[in-house]
Ligand binder design. Structure first.
Ligand code: CP
Length: 312
């Protein structure tokens, strides 16, 4: 059963997640062909509505939609009537009149894509809303982990950093738990919420967390733009306690652990420069896989209840 919208990974059951991840494999195989396009969404229109900055999510959704032969419109928020005070509701009503099939939305307010989804027949995908959800990031992270371990049951992922403000931590840990992966959080007590899923271990000490024997280290970006109070003494102190330094990278290399980060990276805060050349860094794989899973999502969703044509 396809859905109209993708707003939160928590709404999907394991079967739907496995289906989307399996569907991503043939789309990724397309990338090695000289012609990387299929006519699956020919005649469909995709509107990109980004109220917050983005490099990876925006560009990979655009590439994904174009590889499916959809028409893509980038709604330029900075030069739109939003700057004259037009509300999101009015904007969506205007866009609805253009009969777009998909609206991909990023917004600083949690739940806003859901509000849009209730107003429109178009399929709405959250490309990140507040600290609530970033469902396609969760999917691409799960896909990247499954490329290394097709059955990831019992594998351990240590998510380090700003859990409190992170929609990525929320969506990625939710999908991994659904796939049977063990998840733990590490960070300053001020950034690792005590409430939340019971079955997620919480650490504040790096050594204790490493003694838990993770298979993957997942660094989160410190989201300075969402912090209205100081959650740790300084960035230098944060790096000393929770960042991957050259010495910690040596240990990670010896133990053969995989490193992940959703981007963008604050170099010298979460990661030292040498991580970029680490042979088990999956950061670029995450970016590439983002296109494949977003193609699978666009192909799977049913705008207005009608089925997209089939990949030939
Ligand atoms: N991972 C992620 O959401 O990156 P962007 O902000 O560049 O889209």
């Amino acid at each position: 059963m396809a859905r109209k919208d993708l707003l939160d990974i928590a709404a999907l059951d394991r079967e739907e997640i496995e289906h989307l991840l399996d569907q991503s494999i043939p789309f990724k195989e397309l990338f090695t062909r000289s012609v990387k396009k299929v006519p699956a969404l020919k005649g469909k229109s995709v509107l990109m509505l980004f109220y917050e900055p983005s490099t990876r999510t925006h560009s990979s959704f655009e590439v994904a939609a174009k590889r499916l032969s959809a028409d893509v419109t980038n709604f330029d928020v900075a030069h739109s009537s939003i700057t004259k005070g037009e509300s999101v509701r009015e904007t969506v009503e205007t866009l609805q009149a253009m009969r777009t099939d998909y609206i991909i939305v990023r917004h600083g307010r949690s739940g806003l894509p859901g509000m849009i989804a209730r107003q429109t027949k178009a399929s709405v995908i959250s490309a990140g809303d507040g600290a609530h959800a970033h469902p396609t990031q969760g999917l691409l992270d799960a896909f990247t982990i499954k490329e290394k371990f097709p059955d990831p049951t019992g594998k351990k992922v240590l998510i380090i950093g700003d859990i409190l403000h992170s929609r990525v931590a929320r969506s990625t840990s939710t999908i991994l738990k659904k796939l049977g992966v063990e998840v733990a959080y590490l960070g300053p007590g001020s950034l690792v919420p005590r409430v939340g899923p019971e079955n997620i271990r919480r650490f504040t000490d790096y050594k204790e967390a490493m003694a838990w024997s993770p298979d993957f280290i997942y660094l989160l970006r410190v989201q300075m733009e969402r912090q209205d109070a100081q959650f740790f003494p300084s960035l230098r102190e944060y790096h000393r306690l929770y960042g991957i330094s050259d010495a910690r990278l040596d240990e990670i290399r010896k133990r053969g652990l995989y490193l992940m980060h959703p981007g963008p990276v604050n170099r010298g805060v979460e990661l030292c420069d040498a991580v970029m050349d680490y042979e088990r860094s999956l950061i670029n794989d995450q970016v590439e896989n983002g296109i494949a899973v977003r193609m699978a999502v666009l192909y799977w969703l049913k705008p207005g209840g009608e089925s997209p044509s089939v990949v030939s």
